[in-house]
Design a protein around this ligand. Sequence first.
Ligand SMILES: [Fe+2]
Length: 241
Amino acid sequence: MGHPTHEGSIVIPYRRPEAGSQPGTRYDAYRSNLRRAPAGPLIFLPHTLSEVTGPIYGHGAISETDNDLTRQHAGEPLGERIIVTGRVLDSNGRAIPQTLVEIWQANSAGRYIHVKDQHPAPLDPNFTGTGRTLTDENGVYRFVTVKPGPYPWFNHYNAWRPSHIHFSVFGRAFVSRLVTQMYFPGDPLFPFDPIFQSIPDEKARQRMISRFDLETTQPQWATGYKFDIVVRGPEATPFET
Ligand SMILES: [Fe+2]
């Protein structure tokens, strides 16, 4: 069978994603990727022990409000309060417990706290836009935040990003680290966004869109969105930086 365990010398490789389910190495309509796209074909390297095993992250450094972006300052941020939750899964659909999930996002007006973001929308003194947490024993993570606004960028004339939250997930090992973006259902900007459209496969694109969930929604307090993340394999959430 040829797949001894990690104790042996042969390593069980990761399953490869389906063609078209991830962005290509180059997508002409997304201009800033042209300068970083590889010029030649990719070289596939066999997986070795260091690609399928990983570090164990400690718990101590994560504080109580790290997964609640509405409680990191003296007051509450303006905007639509939301709960974002879901599971982190491996390529065989198994939950990944105790893995680090980090997010960053614009505020409800669509503005980042970043020197490069100077477009005329207000900063919010009560919102930084970064959070992190560990998944629980069932691979579940949960954040409280505000819904980010869409924002303009310079990719092409009248370019606007759909509302999104950036995610970084560490998974089981270094090579299962995933950086992606979570979108909101029904966003009218999807057809015009070359980052979203750079993934050719329609089903793969849908895996980046969260779904509204009434059970996650809390009465008189916050609407809820579900977003499961698959770190590798044919069902993987597409990689988007
Ligand atoms: Fe962004």
